[in-house]
Design a protein. Structure first.
Ligand SMILES: Cc1ncc(COP(=O)(O)O)c(C=O)c1O
Length: 386
């Protein structure tokens, strides 16, 4: 049996081989330090787990509406209004099985085969594959370190063709940690408005933000921008709920209904009791998020301080998420060589930037302990110095 051509066109995960090698080495008892994690190292806060467990005990174990339980959609609507200044009615919000699923559904519901989707690089590695899966074409726009890896309005305009249908904006960004300012978003929105380009705004790292950086939801900029935007967010990163698989997309009414419809014929509803946990996440105290963010901020400063002492490595100080993108070009190695040799020689696992569309960089995740960061960066320093 042959897999479909659609699936054969997918790029195999470049991170997988290094990751599986790191795991195998760990299983053999080797002292491997992992900077590859794309997920919080914290446990889900207790009150969220308790809400889900309570709902299980109460027998909340059946199908729910495919778009999510009404009280969760209402809570998301309230959150988007209170925290982001966004007006989405509950009927415009569809709860999905993780923000990844939200992005995929958003593309499936709006793109036609042959449409082009602009993806600023470095990018989260699932965007291009999702675009291809729905029959559209990714168009990569390399961004510059001096622009903090953010696409400029001119770069956006230059990449446009008559086939351009969507741009993906991910702020705070993975793997860059970059956060777009309101002004920068306004510049991009103007270009999108000129040609009616849809904006997929992936805001999953919204709450993981440092110093005086401010998260702005692009759909707040004007009614016209709102009408072109699909806002994606979720619970995985802010509440350490990666395994729960809960995200959502908020969109103009017609697109929201379309997403509900396609979801009703694919996954049906997101898991019933997980939704009760998500409800507790939004309704309960936000102290847990504050504590995690404070810890990430300390670790970010630790990584950056240690990187400052390694002259061969450059980086742009991230303002959000939990990654540092490190420029390794001065080492003369490409990102795969660097990552493989680093793992072999120093037992440190990082993600090669080629996976994100930039072969001059590696990604270090600081969703790990300060002790690991200190020891891992020491090893990287001796690897680079060697
Ligand atoms: C930019 C970005 N968007 C979306 C996701 C997916 O999040 P979820 O676990 O909610 O599917 C990730 C996860 O790594 C991500 O980095």
């Amino acid at each position: 049996m042959e897999p479909s051509s659609r699936v054969q066109e997918l790029t195999p995960s470049l991170t997988l081989s290094i990751d599986s090698k790191a795991k195998a080495m760990k299983a053999e008892g080797q002292d491997v330090i992992g900077f590859g994690a794309g997920e919080p190292d914290f446990d889900t806060p207790e009150h969220i787990k308790a809400a889900a467990m309570g709902s299980l005990d109460a027998g909340f174990t059946k199908y729910t509406p495919s778009s999510g339980i009404p009280e969760l959609r209402a809570a998301i609507s309230e959150k988007l209004k209170a925290e982001n200044g966004l007006d989405y009615k509950p009927s415009q919000i569809i709860v999905n099985c993780g923000a990844k699923h939200s992005c995929f559904n958003a593309m499936l519901a709006t793109l036609e085969p042959g449409d082009e989707v602009i993806i600023p690089a470095p990018y989260w590695l699932s965007y291009p594959e999702m675009v291809k899966l729905v029959g559209a074409e990714p168009v990569f726009v390399p961004t510059k370190a001096e622009n903090n890896y953010k696409i400029t309005p001119d770069e956006f305009r230059d990449a446009m063709t008559p086939k351009t249908k969507m741009i993906v904006i991910n702020s705070p960004g993975n793997p860059t940690g970059s956060v777009y300012t309101e002004n920068e978003l306004a510049g991009l929105a103007d270009v999108a408005l000129d040609e009616d380009i849809l904006i997929l705004s992936d805001e999953i790292y919204e709450k993981l933000i440092y110093d005086d950086a401010k998260h702005v939801s692009i759909a707040t900029l004007s009614k016209d921008v709102y009408n072109l935007t699909l806002t994606v967010n979720g619970f995985s990163k802010p509440y350490a709920m990666t395994g729960w698989r809960l995200g959502y997309v908020a969109a103009p009414e017609g697109v929201a209904r379309a997403i509900d419809s396609l979801q009703s014929h694919s996954t049906s509803n997101p898991t019933s009791f997980a939704q009760k946990g998500a409800l507790a996440a939004y309704k309960g105290s936000q102290d847990c998020v504050k504590q995690m963010v404070a810890e990430y901020a300390k670790r970010r400063d630790l990584v950056c301080g240690l990187l400052d002492a390694i002259p061969q490595l450059k980086y742009v100080k991230p303002q959000g998420a939990f990654y540092v993108l490190v420029d390794i070009s001065a080492t003369g190695q490409n990102s795969t060589q660097f990552a493989e040799r680093l793992l072999d020689k120093q037992k440190v696992a990082v993600v090669p930037g080629i996976a994100f569309g930039n072969d001059q960089t590696i990604r270090i995740s600081y969703a790990t302990s300060s002790e690991n960061i200190t020891n891992g960066l020491k090893r990287i320093a001796s690897f680079v110095g060697a």
